[in-house]
Structures are given as C-alpha cells and as structure tokens.
Design a binder for this molecule. Structure first.
Ligand SMILES: C[S@@+](CC[C@H](N)C(=O)[O-])C[C@H]1O[C@@H](n2cnc3c(N)ncnc32)[C@H](O)[C@@H]1O
Length: 202
C-alpha cells in the first residue's frame, strides 16, 4: 500500500493547494489566538491560518508532508507562526481548552472528536471537511466507504456545538478530481439565543 510519505514524494498529492474555500469565508468570524490543524498534509490550512495571524500547531505523521508544509510556510513568511509536529493523530494528546480554531480536512478523525472539542476554548470554532459516501461516481477520496462519512453523519457528530455552516456537495478538488464532500463549521457555544457570524456570500 502506498504511504503518505510516498504520495507526497511522488507528487501524487498537490504540494501547495489553496486553503479550503469554506474556511476562507468564515475565518474573519473566528476569534483570534491559537489554531490547531489536524493531519495538516502539506499545510494548506495551517499556512493560511498563520497568514491570518494565528499561532498554529500543525500535526501530521508524514515526515515528507511536513517537509513540504515547512517550505510552504517559509515561502509565505509565516514559518515562525507554525509549530509542525510529527505525530500519530490517533494517539496524540490534545491539550484541553487551548485553541480558538481547530481544522480537520480530509482526514477521518471522528473518534478523536471528543478530545478535539475539549481542546477548543469556549467560543472556539471547529472546521471539518471530509469525503462522503455517494451514489455519484467520484474520482477522489478513500477507496473504501469505511473511511467516508455517511449522509448527515458529520452534522450529527457536531450537534453538541452550535453549527453555523453545514453542506454536503460534489466539488472539484485541488487536484482536479471530483469528490463528494461534507463540510461543517461549528462553534463551542450553547443556548437558544446566540450571535451568528456575518460571512461573505459564496
Ligand atoms: C488527504 S491528506 C489531507 C491533508 C490536508 N489536511 C489537506 O486538506 O490538504 C491526509 C493526511 O492525513 C495524514 N495522516 C493519515 N493518518 C494519520 C495519522 N494517524 N496521524 C497523523 N496524520 C495522519 C497523512 O499523512 C496526510 O497528510
């Protein structure tokens, strides 16, 4: 089986893809402070958040992915704002109430959601994006449905937070291939009356 190190080394995965568009739309609504990017890959969301002024921890197990991510951060002039951590996300000890923003894109971390939600500061934002099971033919994502979200599964997994954005759609990924994708933006707040972010139209 191809490892992530091999994929990054062989250029199978884009080396410097753009940040997630939904993250770009919502970032101005997020509180300033610290951010955590889980399974950062080549660091597209971590580098973007650093450029937006966050002190970022970016965790991934791939040495090669992190090498490219460091180079991308240096190129954007934000190397000092990102702490790259080579670690297994399955067993990593996320510190409690530490981050204003946590992002997880295209890595199925649902069994770590309780720890990630604990790692959010009160009022902090959780951004998650991942492949869906779909009846449409899609060209991108895990070869088995086991690692994809079922319809509404990501939404249900975030209902203990305040969900401010949720969608399931087919989109074109940075590598040009189509993918069925679920995206959530949720805030660590509760209560029937809350403020809601103003976001630019799509
Ligand atoms: C599809 S890439 C997504 C990268 C990035 N989040 C993005 O959206 O471009 C999946 C990433 O998950 C990382 N990964 C897979 N299993 C992991 C684990 N157990 N611990 C840490 N990182 C892992 C891989 O090394 C790879 O960088």
């Amino acid at each position: 089986m191809t490892t992530w190190d091999e994929r990054f080394r062989e250029g199978e995965y884009p080396q410097d893809p753009d940040p997630s568009p939904v993250l770009e739309r919502y970032v101005d609504a997020f509180p300033d402070g610290r951010a955590l990017d889980v399974a950062t890959g080549t660091g597209r969301n971590a580098v973007f958040l650093a450029a937006e002024g966050y002190a970022v921890d970016a965790v991934d197990q791939s040495r090669e992915g992190l090498r490219i991510a460091r180079a991308n951060a240096a190129e954007r002039g934000v190397a000092d704002a990102v702490e790259f951590v080579q670690a297994d996300v399955q067993s990593y000890g996320f510190p409690a109430e530490t981050y204003e923003v946590i992002t997880v894109s295209f890595y199925r971390a649902v069994d770590r959601f309780p720890d990630l939600k604990e790692a959010l500061c009160p009022g902090g934002y959780f951004f998650v994006q991942h492949h869906l099971r779909s009846t449409d033919p899609t060209q991108s994502g895990p070869s088995t449905d086991r690692y994809r979200f079922a319809a509404n599964e990501l939404l249900h997994a975030c209902l203990d937070l305040t969900v401010v954005h949720y969608d399931e759609r087919t989109e074109t990924r940075p590598d040009g291939r189509t993918a069925a994708v679920a995206t959530v933006v949720a805030r660590k707040t509760t209560g029937p009356r809350q403020p809601y972010p103003r976001v630019p139209a799509e």
